[in-house]
Design a protein around this ligand. Structure first.
Ligand code: ATP
Length: 458
């Protein structure tokens, strides 16, 4: 399997050392596959979400945002089909008592040449039997049959633990957009086609979480549902595939690290579906999904809620239930892809190696770092810092040699280092060093804000 040069171990170590991502509940020995974003990481993740929101909501002509509740009426999950069919095929190893997903076992065993999504449970069992697929933990071949396992986390509301009080942590944000379809349409007077977007937490009791923040039990999704008329859906599906890809390319992803993967086996409601896969350190994996969901969601919610969810065309009074093109991407999966893509160990003249994160400047935690050349220049540097902080997230560092301070900023991907030196006191100019080229220019302090604004725009 082709892999990126960066390994997951290196990324995890860098993230921990530089305040990007820490293991969850670390002082208690951790809690498997939960992660906490640190001071640098939270800025990067917020910037990712901001860039996505700008592209898919603010800049979009007819898309609107919502922020729906995580806890929803349980009927929502009956209507969506999650209570009955949101499950993974699990197999237990009877020797070492570990739990695995049958589809993952086949995918890994066949090195991606067999697509388990096209197989029934019986076919997967047969494949594992015939190919003698062994447990990746203990190496034995001693499996239970496949059993399905619902991925939703249950909890109960109120003080009594009765079954009618059972509620779920949402396993996806999409239903918050569907149930608010008419609220949004009426309050914005939007005409079909229009979009509803949301960014928020989702929870899945994954059988095999792992690969750092790639698959976790708590994660954030960025989802956009495009409501359109049947007949226009295929065209919009194609447009959203392209829009999703362009977004990634504009963030600086290399084209050869991205590919479409069309689904052969479709969910019963889907007309067309594909993923965009990214070449992660562990190989090609799904980064986001695009689905033509037909009128399934709104029809089901109409049926289960008893509320009419038809749209009335203001021009010809035609009534119809719109089709939905869904575009869904995990903020954390995108974060992992951004980290992998940005990472470089650059060999310098003289044999030195510098670790540098080549983030798109719009995603970098700090747009600039202010560095006084010497400690006695600190008061002036702090004045400049206060000015810049009104406009951008900016870091400050006065400890150690200037070379070491540059390296620290390179490691967290700060695109510009602004050095205050003795000339600054004389003529009001500073040195601005570019992270990627390491070249330097001098700018007046007044030019700096416009310079940074232009370079860090998305
Ligand atoms: P997978 O096949 O990897 O389990 P999925 O097809 O179930 O993913 P969707 O239900 O389509 O994923 O969810 C949309 C997006 O949400 C995914 O493309 C991914 O970016 C993100 N996502 C899904 N599950 C997880 C998870 N457990 N951890 C982190 N991100 C996730």
């Amino acid at each position: 399997m082709t892999t990126n040069a960066v390994t997951m171990e290196k990324l995890v170590a860098l993230c921990k050392a530089r305040g990007i991502i820490f293991p969850g509940s670390e002082i208690y020995g951790g809690m498997g596959n939960t992660w906490d974003y640190g001071p640098v990481g939270v800025e990067i993740k917020n910037n990712i979400k901001r860039a996505w929101w700008k592209r898919f909501v603010t800049e979009s002509e007819n898309s609107y945002g919502v922020d729906a509740a995580i806890l929803m009426n349980s009927r929502v999950w009956e209507a969506s089909g999650h209570t009955t069919s949101f499950s993974d095929p699990k197999m237990d190893c009877k020797s070492c008592k570990t739990r695995h997903r049958a589809d993952n076992l086949i995918e890994n065993f066949s090195k991606g040449t067999v697509d388990p999504d096209t197989m029934s449970n019986d076919e997967m069992e047969k494949y594992i039997e015939e190919h003698h697929v062994k447990c990746p933990v203990c190496g034995n071949f001693n499996w239970t049959n496949i059993r399905t396992f619902n991925l939703m986390f249950e909890t109960s509301r109120g003080v009594t633990d009765e079954s009618q009080n059972k509620i779920y942590l949402r396993p996806e944000t999409a239903q918050g957009e569907f149930v608010n379809f008419l609220n949004v349409q009426r309050t914005t007077r939007a005409k079909v086609p229009f979009g509803i977007a949301q960014i928020g937490k989702a929870f899945r009791n994954e059988i095999t979480p792992g690969n750092f923040i790639f698959r976790t039990i708590e994660f954030e999704q960025m989802e956009h549902q495009w409501f359109c008329k049947a007949g226009t859906d295929e065209d919009y599906y194609r447009q959203f595939k392209q829009k999703a890809l362009t977004f990634l390319l504009d963030l600086g992803f290399k084209e050869e690290h991205l590919r479409f993967h069309d689904h052969e086996k479709l969910a019963h409601y889907a007309k067309e579906a594909c993923d965009i896969q990214y070449l992660y350190p562990m190989g090609w994996q799904e980064l986001n999904g695009i689905h033509n969901r037909t009128d399934y969601d709104l029809t089901r919610h109409q049926e289960y809620s008893g509320k009419t969810l038809t749209y009335v065309d203001p021009v010809n009074s035609e009534r119809f239930i719109p089709y939905v093109i869904e575009y869904s991407i995990g903020a954390d999966r995108l974060m992992l892809a951004v980290l992998s893509e940005a990472y470089e160990e650059e060999e310098l003249e003289g044999g030195d190696v510098r670790n540098v994160m080549h983030f798109h400047p719009a995603l970098a935690a700090y747009k600039a770092a202010v560095l006084p050349l010497q400690k006695n220049l600190a008061p002036h540097a702090r004045e400049l810092l206060a000015k810049l902080k009104k406009h951008f997230s900016v870091s400050y560092d006065e400890a150690g040699s200037i070379g070491k301070r540059y390296r620290r900023q390179d490691e967290i991907g700060t695109p510009f280092c602004v050095t205050v030196d003795f000339d600054t006191l004389e003529n009001g100019t500073v040195t601005v060093r570019d992270r990627d080229t390491m070249s330097q220019i001098r700018l007046s302090e007044n030019e700096l804000i416009d310079f940074l604004r232009e370079k860090c725009a998305f």
